[in-house]
Structure formats: C-alpha cells, structure tokens
Design a protein. Structure first.
Length: 81
C-alpha cells in the first residue's frame, strides 16, 4: 500500500507559530492555486521535499553513468571550446 503524501490528517498536524512574509505566502497561494494559506504552505513543503528526492535520484544516476566508463563522443565539437 502506497503512503499518502497529501494533506496530513488531524493527528499528524501540529500548531506552529512562525513569523512569515505575508506577501510571499499570498504569492505562493496564488501560484500553487491553494485555497488557504495553510494549504499553500503544505504544497510548498511537498514541492521542496519532492525536489530534494528528485535531486538525489539524479545524482545517483549521474554517479552510475560516470562509473560506467561510457565514452561520450562530441560529434558537434562544442565540448572542446
């Protein structure tokens, strides 16, 4: 069964008090099409977490590629410049 990464349930929520830039929250709310400020912050956090995971996967793939020893041929001659 896949873990739900959507909005947390009432049990997993906690009340936190932060001093945040109101204009940034409103901008994020608009960009993320969030109905509330809380939803905007939740979506922004989800995006940061998923981006971090993608970056890790890309780094692992790059490392495997480099270790594979595959030779890259510069057919256009642009890498030597």
């Amino acid at each position: 069964m896949q873990e739900d990464k959507g909005m947390p349930t009432a049990r997993t929520r906690s009340h936190k008090h932060f001093r945040l830039n109101a204009a940034k929250i409103k901008r994020a709310q608009k960009v993320l099409h969030a109905g509330t400020e809380t939803e905007a912050i939740e979506r922004a956090l989800d995006l940061v977490i998923s981006e971090h995971e993608r970056n890790g996967l890309a780094a692992e793939a790059n490392e495997r590629f480099v270790k594979s020893g595959i030779a890259v041929k510069d057919v256009y001659g642009t890498l030597e410049q």
